[in-house]
Every structure is written in C-alpha cells, then in structure tokens.
Design a protein around this ligand. Structure first.
Ligand code: TRP
Length: 454
C-alpha cells in the first residue's frame, strides 16, 4: 500500500475519487451477483431490504471507512495500528478479504471472457441453447482455460502498470454500459410474462421476510461497495480535505446501487418470462443462462450480446485489477518482495485457489459443505466470517474507541462541510453495525456446526 500511495499521490479532482471508487465498486457484483442474490433470496423482499440497508447502512460504512482513511492517511494495517498497535490484526484480516475474493471473482471473470469470445465469434446462437452453460462447466479444461486467461489479462495489466489506461477506458464505457442495460431492460419487459416477473422483482412480500434476507442483503452490500476490505480506507487516505466525504459517499452508493437495480430489472423478469419461477433457482449461472436467450430473441442479438459481454468484461477487469493490486501490495509488504515477483506469486496462488471453485461447477459439483458448492464455501469465508469481523472492529473503533468528534471533525473537515446524516451515522455505527455483524457471525458459526442451515 505504501508504494501505491507514493506513486498515486492525491486524487487531483473531486470527481477523480468518486470515479475511482465507483470503478472499483461497479463490477461483477452488480451485474452477475446482485440479480442472482435477488432471485435466490426472495425477489422484491430482498430488493426492499437491500435498498433500505444500502441507503441507511452501506452509505454510513463508506463514510466511516473514507473518513478513517483520510484522518490516518495510512494503509489499512497502518490505519488500524495507529489507533492501537494491537489492532493491526484487523488491517491484516481486511487485506485477507480480497485474497479470498480475487480467485473466485476470476472464475466468474473467466465465464464472462468465454461468453465474450463466443459472441465475438458469432456463436451467440449456441450460447442460448439449453445446457450450453452447464456443458461448458462440466468439461475439465475449458473453464480452467478461461479462468487462466482472465487471471493472465489481469496480471498483465497489473505488471505493466497500464491500469490507468484501462481506468480511462472504463470511464467512457460505464455510461454506454448503463444505457445499454436500460435499453435491454425495456426490451426484456416486452417479452411475454416479463411483467409478471417485474412484479416479483419489485413488490415485497413480507411473509417471506426472514433473518436470512437481512444477512444476504448485508453480504451483497459489502461485496458490491467493496467494503470491509481496506479499499475505501486506502482511497480515503488519498482524498483531499476540500472534498465532502458525505457527498462522495452518496454519489458512489447511488451509482453502484442504481446499476445493480437495473441489472436486476433485466435479469429477474426475463428469467421468469423464459423459465418460469423455477428459473429463479439457477444460482450463480443465472445471467449466463438467461441473457443469451434474451439476445437470441432480439434482432441483431449476436452483436448486442457481443457488446454486452465485452462491456461487462471491461467492468470485471477494472475491478479485478484493483482487487489484485490490494493483494499484491499486501504480499509485497509481508514478504518483502518486489512488485513483479509479488504479482507473479499472487497470480499463481490465486489461480490455484480458484481451481476448486471452478471445478465445483462441474467435475467437483458433488463436493458440498452445508449444502454449498465451492463458490458458496469461498464466499461464505469472505462474506460471513472475515468481512463481519473487519466491519465489527471498524464500527467499534469508529463509533466507540475514537469517539464521535474524531469522525465529525474529519467529515466536516473542521467545519468546511456539512454532515447532514451525523445522527443517523452515529446510531448506525454504534449500534446497528455491530449488531448486524454479530448476527452474521453468530449465524455463520451456528451454521458451521450444523445447528442451522443458511
Ligand atoms: N465491488 C466489486 C464488484 O461489485 C467487487 C469487489 C469486491 C472489489 N471487493 C473489491 C473490487 C475490492 C475492487 C476491489 O464487482
């Protein structure tokens, strides 16, 4: 992290920070993971809880992390240590989160790469066949090849340091991708049965509300906003005092949530229109099974599919580059390695760690633990064990150890900016965040020992 700091310097413009943070936040989490979480965890009920938590809780967590980073001006480990040398462990755990996420993120990135090539070759028609996705995954080498390719592209970008270039590309692509999503939503809703699906997506049914809904929504919020993994603390350490943290958090949160909501509005109604309610249970493969069917029905569908998957690949790669950067920075710091060596080590290590996840969708699909396949297990470790511990420690440090005036001074930059949500912020950080995090931790432990199944 220290190395990064020197080379990156401060964000030169206000929009620079918002764009960088949004670039890290917007990725597969929005287009791949959000729709499948909505489908799995109850449609409109999930959406309702997600929006509620994102706005009252996610935003406050962004503010807390960015303010913590700006105040200490340090990398996550340094920031935690500056409060108390013993707290360094939480910075270490924060850095461990991307180490667990990057491998499985690359598996999905590999799928996107595969579909991108499939459409670029003009083979979208085949991608829309029943069983295309599962056949692809049931072979041994094919998914491994695309996973490897995705990690290779990401590694090449990190090693050559041309990320700045790709960040620019993604800045121009984001609005196009956004418009494309909106266009696809409109088309998707014209498919017979999609309106019924839209109702399922938008209308909550509180009979289905359970603790699980809150846990799933919180897991998705942390993943999607890149929270509790040191990212926002690091970005915060580059943010200038002239910038209002509160406003920036609102912009980042709204952008990320908006893209998720639109992606869900594309995937969920079309799944129901094409496959009926049973289609909702397709899990992680949801969009890869459904969207090709939508493209197939459209005039010029192959070209649209090609543009869609290429755009999605760009969004995935910018997020993957930033995930890998964090892991590389930590490896450099812990093992005193040079940048190149550390990057290669991370690439190889992540590839090996990703193998079980990718095989879990095919030849290893029988390997299950508490009903979860390998992807489920990996995201269980990151989302329900590591992230809650980091977020719990962060909320206790910010809410209780540092005392309110510390954060108030930072957010207002000594009175320069308003802090409109101050009361809500402290209520969230002191009470709601610790309770929610404990809830996730406890239920995940009970789940591990077989007392409950989540
Ligand atoms: N938020 C990203 C997404 O929605 C994924 C992600 C999680 C991430 N942690 C990150 C990206 C850290 C960059 C850095 O796809």
């Amino acid at each position: 992290m220290e190395m990064q700091r020197k080379s990156k310097g401060n964000f030169s413009s206000k929009i620079g920070f918002v764009m960088a943070a949004a670039g890290s936040a917007v990725g597969l989490g929005n287009v791949w993971r959000f729709p499948y979480f909505v489908a799995t965890y109850g449609g409109g009920t999930f959406l309702f809880v997600y929006l509620l938590l994102a706005l009252v809780f996610g935003l406050m967590m962004i503010i807390a992390e960015v303010a913590f980073g700006r105040k200490t001006g340090k990398s996550p480990i340094g920031a935690f240590k500056s409060v108390n040398p013993k707290f360094g462990i939480f910075g270490f755990l924060a850095a461990l989160v991307p180490t667990v996420i990057f491998p499985y993120y690359s598996v999905i990135g590999g799928w996107v790469t595969k579909f991108g090539f499939q459409y670029l070759r003009g083979g979208g028609y085949y991608a829309s066949h029943d069983g295309f996705f599962s056949n692809f995954n049931s072979t041994f080498w094919d998914p491994i090849f695309w996973l490897g390719l995705f990690i290779l592209i990401t590694t090449a970008l990190v090693i050559t340091g041309v990320e700045k270039g790709i960040e620019k590309v993604s800045m121009y692509c984001m609005p196009v991708f956004f418009l494309m999503l909106v266009g696809l939503v409109i088309y998707g809703l014209t498919i017979p049965g999609a309106m019924e699906g839209l109702r399922h997506y938008l209308v909550p049914n509180f009979d289905n509300l359970s603790v699980m809904t809150f846990i799933a929504a919180a897991r998705q919020i942390f993943f999607s906003l890149s929270l509790a993994m040191g990212i926002m603390i690091t970005y915060g350490s580059y943010v200038k005092k002239e910038q209002s943290i509160e406003k920036a958090a609102l912009q980042i949160g709204l952008l990320d949530t908006g893209i998720s909501v639109i992606a869900g509005m594309l995937v969920v109604p079309t799944v129901i229109a094409i496959f009926g309610d049973e289609g909702l249970g397709q899990g992680a493969g949801l969009m890869f099974i459904t969207l090709p069917r939508v493209f197939e029905q459209m005039p010029g569908g192959n070209a649209i599919g090609a543009i869609f998957f290429v755009m999605m690949l760009i969004a995935a790669i910018t997020s993957a580059v930033s995930l890998m950067e964090v892991v590389v920075a930590s490896v450099m710091e812990w093992f005193k390695l040079g940048r190149k060596k550390a990057t290669i080590a991370v690439a190889i290590g992540s590839f090996l760690l990703a193998l079980p996840t990718t095989l879990g969708f095919g030849v290893w699909s029988h390997v299950r633990w508490a009903g979860m396949n390998m992807l489920g297990i990996m995201s269980f470790i990151s989302d329900t064990v590591l992230i809650p511990i980091v977020a719990l420690s962060l909320s206790i440090i910010v809410g209780w150890v540092l005392k309110p005036h510390f954060i108030r001074d930072e957010v207002t930059a000594g009175g320069k900016h308003e802090f409109k949500t101050e009361k809500l912020f402290f209520f969230m950080i002191k009470w709601v965040a610790p309770c929610l995090m404990l809830l996730i931790l406890v239920t995940s432990i009970l789940n591990t020992f077989g007392f409950i199944t989540i």
